[in-house]
Design a protein around this ligand. Structure first.
Ligand SMILES: [Zn+2]
Length: 156
């Protein structure tokens, strides 16, 4: 089983991001009912919610099932490996806070029945192909918020 990669990242301070344009959500219990998702990420686990009533695995994690409206959900672990389903390279028009990273790759990663959009790190566009195995990568901001990305499996 592959190891989850952790990396400290920075967000430019000089932008003075307006709260609504901050890409990274507030993650504590006071600010979100899916704080467990971020707690698990800090421990190296990508998780989501599954409906206990209809069995649907939901992405992104929810507080209510959009299929059957049940609020009876449980957390499930998605593992740390996925498959690149689609990808592209961002060359301009990056969101605030990402401008200095251009060019970078983003993609859709298939894990089980889920399609998860995320940044694809540590690979150039030319080095990626559909079907590539990618591993969970967790990035941490200076204020200790975390977020998920994926990284190409170097062993391919
Ligand atoms: Zn349901």
């Amino acid at each position: 089983m592959s190891m989850v990669k952790f990396e400290k990242i920075k967000r430019p301070e000089k932008i003075g991001l307006p709260f609504m344009l901050d890409f990274y959500p507030l993650q504590d219990e006071k600010n979100t009912r899916i704080s467990q998702f971020f707690k698990s990420l800090k421990e190296g686990h990508l998780t989501t919610t599954k409906c206990k009533e209809c069995g649907k695995v939901l992405w992104p994690p929810r507080i209510m099932c959009p299929e059957c409206l049940s609020e009876s959900l449980e957390w499930v672990d998605l593992g740390v490996e996925g498959e690149l389903y689609a990808f592209t390279e961002i060359r301009l028009g990056a969101p605030l806070g990402f401008v200095e990273d251009v060019p970078f790759c983003v993609g859709i990663v298939k894990i089980g029945s889920l399609l998860i959009s995320a940044r694809i790190d540590d690979a150039k566009y030319e080095d990626l192909k559909i079907g590539d195995k990618v591993n969970l990568k967790i990035v941490e901001l200076p204020d200790s918020r975390v977020f998920y990305r994926f990284s190409k499996d170097k062993e391919q």
